[in-house]
Design a protein around this ligand. Sequence first.
Ligand code: HSE
Length: 401
Amino acid sequence: MINVAVLGYGTVGSGVVEVLESNKELIAKRVGDEVNVKYILDLRDFPGDPYESKVVHDVNLIMEDPEVSIVCETMGGAGAAYKFSKEALSRSKSVCTSNKELVSLHGPELLNIAKDNNCSYLFEASVGGGIPIIRPIVEALTAERLDAVMGILNGTTNFILTKMDKEGADFDTTLKEAQRLGYAEANPEADIEGHDARRKIAILSSLMTGKHVKDEKVYTEGITRITAADFKFAHSFNATIKLLGMAKRAGKNEAEAMVSPFVIGNEHPLATVNDVFNAVFVTGNMLGDAMFYGKGAGKLPTASAVCSDVIECAKNLGKNLSCDWSDEEVKLLDVSDVERSFMVRFDAAAVNEIKNAFGDNISDVTLDNEMAVLTAPMKESDFNAKCEALKDAVHNRIRVL
Ligand code: HSE
């Protein structure tokens, strides 16, 4: 029997117990041994819960029990979760986690501790919830040099942008609806300001480069300044607007990594990813493009991803399942040095100045005395200087993919 401890009996932790129990027989068949939840660690008691008897409050019971060989860290945060993960790994207990914050901050260190102690640190559930993306990158695409990884990495913001796109609603009304439906938190900042997507692209770009992309260094813009008018103009260019996490290789030792809303042509596969769904689009030097699509959040999809890691660890006890992610820091390009196009929404009265600055790919519609232009590609610093010179005539600008 292989014993597992679950740290944190919240949404994902309780889902992990549910998946391991519901699929007990098929998991045993695939592992070749029974996988048993021996402990559930939480500060709370759960009277009446079917697994009440497994709940413990003292983490030392788990750490000191030699029968526990796998720990699922579903606590979140980078405080106790960091301490417990280090301790479990240094005692040769593999750790499987959904904790993107911890993985993005301390991934290389935790991977090294796992390596030194012949166990594994796996984090399939940290990006894209139930979408298999970490193991495909680490294993199935291991013969590739990945040149770009980008995706819709946050379900809450994709739900909001999809509603704005389809219904012409404004941001505030749509956010309130998302909160009423339970898709957005009462405090939605981590989602709408792009912090959640930033942690996920930091992990993906680290795997793309094999080095550490520090989460706090990833340029991040959320979706709060996107308006119903921006969508109308995007439509006039046969495009939509999506919040993307994106990373691109730039030269041998550099990369571009950012989270930002992008205007994206309707023909791009990411333009068709709607509602709370997520998708990750990767470009390999041999493979070309591939897209992974599915449920990026939710109790059971996320728990299923954690359990897939549990099964991997259970099949490889005493071994280290490694991945190419060193602690050497990647040099990230300054966003102002990158060349791209922009969609600019502007005061229609300034159309001639706008044409002089950005060319004549102007929207064929005028709405409330505004028009929009799609610029030619230019360095972002040059673009900003032109906008500065046009002063109040520029009402919004969105990067174009
Ligand atoms: N709030 C996140 C989302 C949950 O909306 O995608 C998964 O990280």
